[in-house]
Ligand binder design. Structure first.
Ligand SMILES: Cc1cc2nc3c(=O)[nH]c(=O)nc-3n(C[C@H](O)[C@H](O)[C@H](O)COP(=O)(O)OP(=O)(O)OC[C@H]3O[C@@H](n4cnc5c(N)ncnc54)[C@H](O)[C@@H]3O)c2cc1C
Length: 350
């Protein structure tokens, strides 16, 4: 419980919940966008490319595309527009803030903050601008100037020259005055969790309670049973930064990969990366490793570690190096062979 503003590591939080869900029987289908949904009797048939899923109940939590998902079952009761927020990330130790600096909030957002992160960086942002394109996550010079100006109002000497990267995210704004839509659709069995803009992350556990306890159990009268085998614990990923020197020495003696630092900015070893690939929902792309362990999130933004990460992913997943993606289909980094890439799996060599 956090009675005031708090700071969490959003990737760590989401991945922990997902791994725990997986350990308790939840399946994840990645890279399987839902293309259409048909209802036959009281069963939804969900076409997700190569996967056809049949379900009696569907929770529509498709973020920016929740309106499109809703239209697939004939419910056009709302639409979603993106509201872009841009950020600048400053290097570790550029500032040593111990709290979030908030301006006075506006009707649309908390305003442009200067905020420490859980890993010792500082971010400035976000701004808040309605746009039309649901895929437009580009930062712009106007947007970055807007957040620098906003940050300087709170902290005039904010060291913007210590910026290591910038990025943008899109909030899902509902046509119902921007409010969250957490309700049953007029189509029986279909539940909307739509327009979950900020603070959707902070509210996510309460939203889940609302869906399961208030809507499914109370309103819909579904008989739900607690899983007596539910395991609330998740095996933590072993991290170099948490080890004492003697523990590290022992770990290296057993597995030399503990002594091989792949990401120098964030001090991540090969042993940690290999574990992340083989955990319950294993990392399959550069971004999945980054979100779990932070290589490519530090000062060099992957300039040094990216080739090594590609090789480790290729070796551990037994797939050719040019098929390793940054994240989704089409984001492969390597297009062709220019040198003799020894110890790298290439097409036909698997
Ligand atoms: C700039 C910015 C600042 C924010 N600040 C805060 C904050 O300070 N505090 C806070 O609590 N929250 C904050 N948020 C909000 C928070 O990030 C969101 O509320 C949260 O991510 C919404 O979660 P969601 O699961 O509803 O949607 P998403 O996280 O968008 O997830 C939707 C998922 O649906 C998938 N999807 C879409 N279409 C399909 C399809 N056809 N088939 C299959 N899958 C599909 C998408 O790929 C995505 O994975 C901020 C957001 C932004 C952009």
């Amino acid at each position: 419980h956090c009675p005031i503003a708090g700071i969490i590591w959003p990737f760590g939080f989401c991945i922990s919940l997902a791994e725990n869900a997986h350990e308790n029987g939840v399946d994840f289908l990645f890279n399987s966008p839902v293309i259409n949904i048909t209802k036959k009797g009281d069963i939804f048939e969900i076409n997700a490319g190569t996967n056809l899923i049949r379900a009696k109940y569907v929770v529509n939590a498709a973020g920016l595309y929740a309106d499109k998902m809703s239209e697939m079952v004939g419910d056009k009761s709302f639409s979603i527009r993106p509201r872009k927020g841009e950020y600048i990330i400053l290097d570790k130790n550029a500032m040593n803030l111990s709290m979030v600096l908030f301006p006075i909030p506006t009707k649309f957002s908390k305003g442009i903050l200067v905020c420490p992160t859980t890993h010792g960086n500082t971010f400035v942002g976000p701004n808040s601008n309605l746009i039309d394109d649901k895929e437009d996550i580009a930062t712009t010079s106007d947007g970055l100037n807007e957040i620098i100006t906003g940050a300087r109002k709170l902290f005039p000497s904010v060291p913007i020259r210590a910026a290591i990267t910038n990025f943008a995210g899109l909030r899902a704004i509902s046509s119902r005055d921007g409010d969250f839509i957490i309700e049953q659709s007029k189509v029986e069995g279909f539940i909307h969790v739509a327009g979950i803009c900020s603070p959707g992350l902070s509210s996510c556990l309460a939203i889940a309670d609302r869906v399961v306890l208030d809507i499914m159990k109370e309103e819909m009268g579904i008989k739900l049973q607690e899983n007596p085998k539910y395991n609330p614990y998740r095996k933590p990923q072993k991290r170099l930064k948490d080890m004492r020197e003697d523990e590290l020495g022992e770990a290296i003696a057993q597995n030399p990969k503990w002594g091989k630092v792949i990401c120098r900015c964030e001090t991540v070893t090969e042993a940690e990366i290999v574990e992340a690939i083989h955990r319950p929902i294993g990392a399959r792309s550069l971004d999945m490793i980054k979100q779990r362990l932070r290589p490519r999130m530090g000062r060099c933004q992957g300039a040094f570690c990216t080739p090594k990460l590609l090789k480790i992913l290729s070796r551990e997943l037994k797939i050719p190096i040019h098929k390793i993606k940054k994240n989704i289909k089409g984001s492969e980094l390597i297009f062709g062979r220019t040198k003799n890439l020894e110890s790298t799996i290439w097409e036909g060599e698997v």
